[in-house]
Design a protein around this ligand. Structure first.
Ligand code: ASP
Length: 608
């Protein structure tokens, strides 16, 4: 037997017990004639004490960091207790030991605050995984998975596997492709999600499906994306949007309870996509804090149901006059910002990532006066009126951005988040859920001069808008005119779940009638032949009694990282890829043997 106990298990109650431990040597410390070793395994660290009698053996076979060691001895209550670790009351007085395997000197220290940089730790990920900090993240991931499975099982969901070697599923990204040896010149695509399969399972009558499943998307990797990532993928039939929202709020609340011990009893807030864009400049707003955008001016077609209050800023100031959009945010308690601070903020909005030309501010002084960078153009009374429109109080600082609609709205959203971050309003221990509803069904791709599905092409329009969809031609003569097209206003039965400003899940009620699905494909520019080639199986299935259905998928890695209070999903994936999509440990992707090319009947001829 290699061990009787783990390195995290022994307490004072085990006093005088004869035990055997096995683990990795964390540290070796010599004190005169005795030697202390911290022995580590997955469960913790136990201090081993080697008395003088073992010195000859220790000298003959010295211990080093990360050696695999088996030690037998008696549990002893320590005089000098270590309150920082659970086993700190005891130590093991070693009577016998055996080196089970040696270790080369590790390239970085296996400690919480390691000296290893990111690349080095990724190269030696198997060593990095020994570190407590990483282990805790994987434990959290496992707990989230367990909680998910328990909840879904209790609610009659069935875990059904779907294939990885498939044909393209359109989630809007590029496919990874796999050549088929048995079908030379033909390729499988790896699933961007199991979307079509879960819909087919509904047609088959498995009315509640789930899978914690890998998805593959060949995207340019922005900061925190992985080419393969994990989704909690779910689908239900005989449901309306409301049923789905309730079921999956329940799931997330259950995860909060099981994993974080948080009773999330509040109702999950809801807002429409339009409200989110209008009030936060963002379709995944962080609602842990206010600071909503105040739209002083925007193009009428953008949010037709909302009113501009542009009369307030009408005047001599050319920047506001010429701008498509003017957006203000009241920042609480910052009226005393110095010149240096406002200059720094101006520089911040001018950074290429934000891309604004400048920043206008109004200081709402505590004494009731108003001071602004545009004093020249607006009377104090006007400034006061503008500030009041933004909801600013005495002591607040109003920041105003002006420019083209899309850029300005995005920049305002970034500025709002930045200010909240600086003011400590984005607390990692506070969790706030939100449903964003009624997304547009289509998006216009100006480059391609065509409509694309905002979610994916299986998403159903709002029932009241099905007529509009059926009866309008998708053709746009002139890209600039597209917002006037009836399609622009069609809303989808689609929903996203947002947690602290992150989209953690998204889904929709699906189209389940062949005619409407064909119309949808046509709207996206697919002729009958292409529809048949790509989705003939689904259109066919819709002819054999497809039930009304809908679903959702949660980004599992992201959910774990938010619950773990980390910015990076990589920290929650055992073997992640780097930002260039490489596994630096395996050194993948890599070239393959000539023999493999031959078998595939493929000749490599790279274009550049
Ligand atoms: N398949 C979708 C996605 O990956 C989720 C869904 O609609 O259920 O985003």
């Amino acid at each position: 037997m290699y061990r009787t106990h783990t390195c995290g298990e022994l307490r004072s109650a085990h006093q005088n017990k004869q035990v055997t431990l096995a683990g990795w040597v964390q540290t070796v410390r010599k004190f005169g004639s005795i030697t202390f070793v911290d022995l580590r395994d997955r469960y913790g660290i136990t201090q081993l004490l080697f008395e003088e009698s073992l010195n000859a053996q220790l000298d003959a076979s010295p211990l080093g960091r990360e050696f695999v060691l088996q030690a037998t001895g008696k549990v002893n209550e320590r005089t000098n207790k270590n309150p920082n670790i659970p086993t700190g009351d005891i130590e093991l007085i070693v009577s016998e030991f055996r080196i089970l395997n040696k270790s080369a000197v590790p390239p970085f220290t296996i400690q919480d605050d390691t000296d290893g940089g990111d690349d080095l730790r990724m190269k030696y990920r198997y060593l990095d995984l020994r570190r407590n900090a990483v282990k805790k993240n994987l434990e959290l991931r496992y707990a989230v998975g367990r909680s998910t499975r328990n909840y879904l099982h209790e609610n009659n969901f069935m875990d059904i596997e779907t294939p990885f070697l498939i044909k393209s599923t359109p989630e809007g990204a590029r496919d990874f492709v796999v050549p088929s040896r048995m079908n030379p010149g033909q390729f499988y695509a790896l699933p961007q999600s199991p979307q079509t399969f879960k819909q087919l399972l509904m047609v088959s009558g498995y009315d509640r499906y789930y899978q914690i499943v890998k998805c593959f998307r060949d995207e340019d990797l922005r900061a925190d994306r992985q080419p393969e990532f994990t989704q909690i993928d779910c689908e239900m039939c005989f449901v309306e949007q409301e049923d789905i929202l309730n079921m999956f709020e329940g799931l997330v609340k259950r995860i909060f309870k099981d994993v974080k011990g948080i009773d999330y009893t509040e109702t999950v807030e809801r807002m429409t996509w339009e409200e989110a864009m209008w009030q936060y400049g963002n379709d995944k707003p962080d609602i842990r804090f206010g600071m909503k955008l105040c739209n002083l001016k925007f193009p009428a077609h953008t949010f037709p149901s909302k009113e501009n209050i542009s009369s307030l800023i009408a005047g001599e100031f050319a920047v506001f006059n010429d701008a498509e959009t003017v957006i203000a945010i009241a920042i609480p308690g910052c009226s005393e910002y110095s010149r240096k601070q406002t200059d720094e903020l101006t520089e911040w909005v001018k950074r290429p990532q934000i891309g604004m030309k400048g920043l206008v501010f109004i200081k709402c002084n505590a004494d009731g006066t108003f001071k602004s960078s545009v004093d020249k153009f607006y009377s104090e009374e006007k400034l006061k009126a503008i500030a009041e429109a933004t909801g600013a109080q005495a002591g607040d600082l109003v920041l105003i951005l002006a420019g083209a609609e899309e850029r300005t709205r995005k920049a305002s959203s970034e500025l709002r988040l930045e200010m909240a971050q600086r003011l400590g309003m984005r607390r990692p221990d506070e969790f706030k859920l939100l449903w964003v509803l009624d997304f547009p069904l289509f998006e216009y791709d100006e480059e391609g001069n065509r409509w694309v599905a905002r979610h994916h092409p299986f998403t159903s329009p709002k029932p009241s808008q099905i007529e509009t969809m059926i009866n309008n031609s998708p053709v746009i003569e002139n890209a600039a005119e597209y917002l006037k097209h009836p399609y622009a206003g069609i809303k989808a039965n689609a929903y996203d779940m947002v947690l602290n400003g992150n989209e953690i899940g998204g889904g929709s009620i699906r189209i389940f009638q062949r005619e409407l699905q064909e119309k949808m494909f046509a709207a996206l520019g697919m002729d009958k032949e292409e529809q048949q080639h790509k989705f003939g199986f689904l259109l066919g299935a819709f002819e054999y009694g497809a039930p009304p259905h809908g679903g959702i998928a949660f980004g599992f890695d992201r959910l774990c990282s938010i619950l773990g209070g980390s910015e990076s999903i990589r920290d929650f994936i055992a073997f992640p890829k780097n930002n260039a999509g490489r596994d630096v440990m395996l050194d993948a992707p890599a070239s393959i043997d000539a023999k493999q090319f031959d078998e595939l009947q493929i000749r490599l001829d790279l274009k550049n």
